[in-house]
Design a protein around this ligand. Structure first.
Ligand code: ADP
Ligand code: MG
Length: 229
């Protein structure tokens, strides 16, 4: 009976996810269809802006499909004992380039004598990049994104802090829901994916934010062999 219930749970979860993704992909598709139809009828000047919209919407549909696939698959990931600092250093050029394009600054502060963590580095990179991109997108061109690693007693912490728009307290609980987004080109899947990655790495994630001041995402990973929660 227990197996049967689990199976039903999984089936209804798959059904719910299929319904959401169908809905999310239909929006850009409807926009694309409308503008392609208009392209037929309009002047070359109008056509150029319509092409832009069509391409943006195709990119959005593509981003939704990619994020959704990462969320749905790879439930069993291979892990290796690795140093979080090394991974941060590997990501630095990428982060720096991204921030530079926006006129922003990266301030990386790595903790000392870090214990190794069992991690899947592909997933862990995806986690850091998603949190960093959200931080950058929340800031203007005077923003500084701080990325910190800290060696605590039982955990290793990763903190991603921006001095951007911040998040209203009543919105905090919505952040990790799939498809919750306040961005015109957002997928709303970034933080849902982050949460599932953190859970697969024996971690916890929480948010501290002050509207108008900025936001910190704090991820704590339990060190191997410790009892954290
Ligand atoms: P997306 O970035 O595609 O909108 P996410 O799941 O990554 O989806 O984020 C969901 C929402 O959470 C964002 O649309 C935004 O409103 C809010 N959010 C996430 N990170 C931050 C941040 N650092 N500062 C302000 N708001 C944020
Ligand atoms: Mg995002």
């Amino acid at each position: 009976l227990k197996d049967e219930v689990n199976r039903m749970d999984r089936l209804s979860l798959v059904g719910q996810m299929a319904a959401s993704i169908t809905h999310e992909i239909r929006n850009p598709m409807a926009v694309i269809r409308g503008f392609v139809q208009l392209l037929n009828e309009r002047s070359p000047d109008d056509q150029q802006s319509y092409f832009r919209i069509v391409i943006d919407e195709l990119d959005r549909a593509n981003a939704i499909i990619n994020d959704f696939l990462s969320l749905a698959q790879n439930r069993i990931v291979e892990k290796e004992a690795s140093n979080l600092n090394e991974l941060m250093n590997e990501l630095l050029p990428l982060l720096w380039a991204d921030a530079n394009l926006r006129g922003q600054i990266i301030d990386m502060r790595l903790g000392e004598e870090m214990d190794l963590l069992h991690m899947n580095s592909k997933e862990m990179k995806q986690l850091v990049l998603n949190l960093a991109r959200n931080g950058m997108e929340a800031m203007n061109d005077k923003g500084t994104l701080r990325l910190e690693t800290l060696n605590m007693a039982n955990t290793i912490q990763l903190r991603v802090t921006d001095n951007g728009v911040g998040i209203a307290p009543e919105k905090l609980e919505k952040l990790f829901e799939p498809f919750y987004t306040t961005k015109t080109n957002g997928t709303g899947l970034g933080l849902a994916l982050c949460l599932s990655i953190v859970e697969r790495h024996n971690g916890k994630i929480h948010v501290e934010s002050e509207p108008g001041r900025g936001t910190s995402f704090i991820v704590s990973f339990c060190k191997p062999g410790r009892n954290c929660w």
